[in-house]
Every structure is written in C-alpha cells, then in structure tokens.
Write a protein that binds this ligand. Structure first.
Ligand code: ARG
Length: 592
C-alpha cells in the first residue's frame, strides 16, 4: 500500500524496458510540495551514462508508463520526474488506514527480540536531572520497536552494588541508625529500619560522599563494607537489602511518573554471582593479561591507541586514537563496571538470547560500551550475529547553555524538575479554566518535557526551556495533545459513527500526505535510534489539521457527504496522533 514503493516499482518497470539498470532508482517525498508529492531524480543520474539529455530520458520513462491509476507523472526541466498521488488513491489509502491495526506504521520484515537497558539509576543516591533522558529516550525507542513489530524486553539495570552502598551504610551506622543490627543477640532477619526514611537516605549519602574525599579511614571502611555487602556478609547484607528496597520503590515511582515501564528491575547485584566465571572466560581464552596488578583485555584495533612520543620524562603518556584496554579485574580484587556489564550480557544471553541489546546512556559512556562490546565479541560472550548498540544522548542544558543547575550552582533534583513541569502545566490549565486535575497536569507537563527532549536528535545537547515546551501552540507535546482533545470534542458533538474518507479539498489532501510522512518517519527513527523525525512529523500533521479546522466548518457543514469525509479525516488524524504520542511515551488526553 506504500505509495513510495508503488511509484518506484512503476518507474523501475518502465526503465527496465528501456534497458536501464535500476539499482540506484529511488523515490523521495518532494521537497517542493506545492509542485508534487513525490519526486525521482533517476533520469538526472542516468543521463550521462546513456548519453541522452536528462529531460528526454525522463520523458521516455514516463511515456512508457502510460495512464496510471494512482498517480500523475510529469517531467520538468532539467529532467526531474514529479509525481502527484490522485485524490481517489489518497482517499482509499485513508480508508485502508482506518481499518489497519498498525495504522500504516511500517512493520519489520522479521520480528526480532530487542532487549533494552535504560534508566540505570543508582540505588541510595537521589535521582537528579541527569537521570531524565535515559528513561525518556529508552522508553520511546522500546515502544518504537514494539510499534514496528519487534518483541522487546526492558531492564532498568540499577547501580545497586557499588561504593555508594558501603558509604551510605557506614554513615547510617555512625549516625546511630543501625545500632540494633550490631547487638550481639540481634535477630537480624526480624529487624526493621523504622527511622531510615528516604529523607534520611537523601542526607546520608551526600554527607558520606563528601567525607570520603577528605577522610581516608572513612573511605577504607566504606570500601570494606562494600565488599562485605558483595560477599553477602551479615548484618551488612540484610541492611543493604532494606536500603535497596526503600530506594528502589522511590526510583520506580519516579520512572512510572515518566511512563517508563520495565519488565525487570534487575541491577548490577544480579550479575555479581557470575563475575568470577566471566573473568575466567577471558583468562581461559588467553585474552586477559596482567597490567600493574590488574587484569586487562586489549580491545584496540589497528590504528588505535598509538602512544604519542613524550616531549619530556614527566609528561603523562598520551595516545592517538585512544581505545585503552578494558580492565576486567582491579589490583585489589574489586570488580568493575565493565566486568558487571559483560556478566550481565552473559546472563541475558543465557536467559533470553535477544537479537539485539540496546543501551541508553549519556555520551560520556561511549568508551565504556565500546570496550564492553568488543570484549564480548572477542570472547564469544555475544554471538557474532547479535547486535550490540549504545545510544548515546547529549546533555540537557539550562538557559545559559551549560548543564542544568540550581541558582546556587547545585545539581537539580529529578523530583524538582518533575515538580516544575507539572506545576507549570497546572498553571496553564488553570488559565484555560481547568483546575485541580493533578493527573491531567502530570500528563501535560511530562508530555511537554518528553516531547521537548525527543524532538532533538538524540546525540545533541539541548536547552531545557519549559515555557517553550509547554506552549499550547508551538512545536510541542501539548499542541499535539490539544489537537487530539479538540478532535474528541468535535466527534462528540457530531455523534459520529464512522464513514468514508474523502479527499476533495487541498487541506484534506495535505492531511493525507502528512499522514504518509508520519508513517514513514517511524522507519527513519528506527534506523537512527532517534525520535526527532516522529516528533516533527506528528507536529506537521497536527498543524495540517489546524489548517483544515480553520478553513472548514466541520460541524455546520450542510453537505452530508462532505461532512462525513471531514469527520472521517478527524478520526484518522486522532488515531495517528494518538499512536505517535504513545510511541513517544506521551499520554493522550481526553480534553484540555
Ligand atoms: N548506573 C549507571 C550510571 O549511573 C548507568 C547504567 C547503564 N547501564 C549499563 N548496563 N551500564 O552511570
């Protein structure tokens, strides 16, 4: 049903009859929509090869097609082929979409199992602004894969076994919260931590973290406790589990507010039992070597990690094209981030054998994942055909273009950002006469933030400007939510039970073309692991709808045929926008 494919096929058949090879024949959406819907530059590319004028060649190809049922083809100077889809074909396409369960979203040829690793919050540390993008981007990419026919699994992969746990536990101990656990006759299994609340955790960890930088003994103690936790030694392990549970409940609550839904709340701790086995794989295969007491794996390829000659003895060694060896075991036996990630891939492959694993983190972790991926391929931990992908996002900046900070220069808390977007949304709603609907305010505030985030190419930094993101009439999430709400109200007033799409006006025509572009944007996002094309296409569709709304009196239309066509288009736009929002992880709203 895809017009682009149909046109391509039609042109290719004709070109083949002329004895031309069609390997490089492609059809794209027109960049001059006032002239045509699609365009093809094939004749321009082939003319030289066959020694003809591009215009003549294009004419021959088009003349060979004759009258086409769905398209009008025209040749323009110097040799472009312009294609317009006929009204009837567009209307039929609209009707087809209304009955299609995928709503025209292209489906993958072969459904794959894609495992998503995003979120990645660290237990016992309060979430901050830097934790927003991973669940936003990760959730959208996961839904995109679902929409296109893949199967997915999502794991939040918590940082739950690192030094922060030892630090927090030690600080709590010193501040007297854990006395009961350390009494000689303590029945550890029965004990609770009634006084340790989230607020306490949020104070104790930063306190401990500052202290470790100035107090060596404290740091050494915390290291030891971290090791005890990892070795499941009591009472440390029981205390750890209680802290973990408290913190994870909060993390889950926050992610849920963002519509980030995970199949698993696993963490680094779940890979711990496999760490030794993982290291052994590299040792057995002769891939590990000792370096300054640590075990490392060389992952650099030719042309990488080349030492740059030092100018003086005390200058630090620098490298051209740096790709340092991956450290899989440290000199003191402490295990590392890379090893945990490799062990986690072992587990995921043992349990689910996904076709692809996608990691969503900020772009500072690029080297880490490159090292992990290379290690896995070298050692066969990840089969050759398995795709390992790191989606690296840029920074969310404040209005000054620097990483988002509070006025006093501190990192902004996650809950404060959420609080801000929701309260701003509530203010806007109040000025439209809707008050006291907290859930609606959350949907709109969070939707605004997510759309603002996702409409930028994923690798780029962007400026967090909530007033801009929340504008009901800009390139924003709320604008799309508003369009849907407006359609809901039209449909309710009309009591519409469904009918046939008609394309008799330029506005209807433009809407159907915008729908076609929206459908093809899914593929663009799928190929680029970035959602910006879908955001843009959804906005374009919403604004085409607004033009239709302004130029036609839908409800008071007296020609019943026309009215049915317009209302059918309303339904189509609503469904397409709802699907796009769902894919982006944004809620649609009934009214606003
Ligand atoms: N906890 C990590 C951090 O805060 C992110 C985890 C990302 N996922 C992974 N498998 N390494 O940096």
């Amino acid at each position: 049903m895809d017009f682009k494919e149909q046109i391509k096929q039609t042109l290719a058949d004709s070109a083949t009859k002329l004895g031309l090879s069609t390997g490089n024949l492609s059809v794209t959406f027109s960049n001059r929509p006032e002239l045509c819907d699609y365009q093809c530059n094939y004749a321009m590319m082939m003319a030289k090869q066959v020694g003809q004028r591009p215009f003549d060649l294009a004419e021959k190809i088009v003349n060979g097609i004759g009258e086409s049922e769905n398209f009008e083809l025209a040749v323009v100077m110097p040799g472009f082929i312009n294609i317009k889809v006929k009204e009837k074909a567009l209307a039929e396409y609209g009707d087809f979409l209304l009955g299609d369960k995928n709503l025209g979203v292209p489906q993958v040829e072969k459904s794959r199992l894609v495992f998503f690793d995003y979120g990645g919050a660290n237990v016992a540390k309060e979430l901050h602004v830097g934790h927003l993008r991973s669940p936003i981007v990760g959730e959208a990419l996961k839904r995109l894969h679902l929409a296109m026919g893949d199967k997915t699994l999502a794991d939040v992969h918590l940082g739950d076994f690192g030094l922060q746990m030892g630090l927090t536990l030690l600080q709590l101990h010193e501040d007297g919260y854990l006395d009961e656990f350390f009494k000689a006759d303590a029945d550890i299994q029965k004990l609770e931590l009634p006084n340790v609340t989230l607020d306490v955790l949020n104070e104790e960890y930063p306190k401990a973290s500052k202290r470790k930088d100035v107090d060596e003994d404290f740091k050494a103690n915390a290291d030891e406790i971290t090791l005890f936790i990892q070795q499941r030694k009591e009472p440390y392990f029981s205390i750890y589990n209680k802290i973990r549970a408290l913190s994870v409940a909060e993390i889950e609550k926050n992610y849920t507010k963002l519509n980030a839904e995970f199949d698993f709340y696993y963490g680094e701790s779940d890979a711990y039992a496999l760490i030794d086995e993982t290291v052994q794989v590299f040792v057995d295969k002769g891939l590990a070597r000792e370096s300054e007491g640590a075990l490392v794996v060389d992952v650099a390829r030719e042309g990488e990690h080349i030492p740059i000659p030092k100018k003086s003895e005390d200058e630090p060694q620098r490298y051209k094209n740096p790709m340092p060896p991956a450290i899989i075991k440290k000199y003191n036996g402490g295990d590392l981030y890379a090893t945990t990630d490799i062990a986690t891939i072992l587990i995921r492959n043992r349990d689910y054998a996904p076709d692809e694993i996608v990691y969503v983190t900020d772009n500072r972790q690029g080297n880490h994942f490159e090292q992990v991926f290379r290690c896995c391929k070298l050692a066969g931990v990840s089969p050759e055909e398995q795709k390992l992908t790191h989606v690296a996002f840029g920074t969310m900046n404040g209005q000054d273009g620097k990483p988002f900070k509070t006025r006093s220069g501190e990192t902004v808390k996650f809950k404060d950002v959420l609080g801000l977007v929701v309260s701003k949304a509530a203010e806007k709603l109040a000025s439209n006469g809707i008050e006291g609907d907290d859930e609606l305010a959350r949907k709109i505030g969070v939707g605004a933030m997510k759309f603002g985030d996702l409409s930028v190419a994923v690798g780029k930094d962007y400026v967090f400007d909530i007033d801009k993101f929340l504008a009901f009439d800009g390139k924003t999430g709320p604008y799309i939510q508003y369009t849907i709400a407006r359609i809901n109200s039209i449909l309710a007033k009309a009591g519409f039970a469904g009918g046939k799409v008609k394309v008799s006006s330029v506005e209807e025509r433009n809407i159907l073309l915008a729908v076609l572009k929206l459908c093809s944007a899914y593929q663009v996002c799928y190929d680029s692991y970035s959602m910006n094309a879908l955001c843009l296409a959804a906005f374009d569709l919403a604004s085409e709808f607004s033009t239709l709304y302004n130029n036609h009196k839908i409800l008071s239309e007296t020609d019943n045929q026309k009215k049915e066509g317009l209302l059918s288009i309303c339904v189509l736009v609503k469904k397409c926008l709802e699907k796009a929002l769902w894919t982006l992880g944004i809620d649609s709203v009934e009214k606003m």
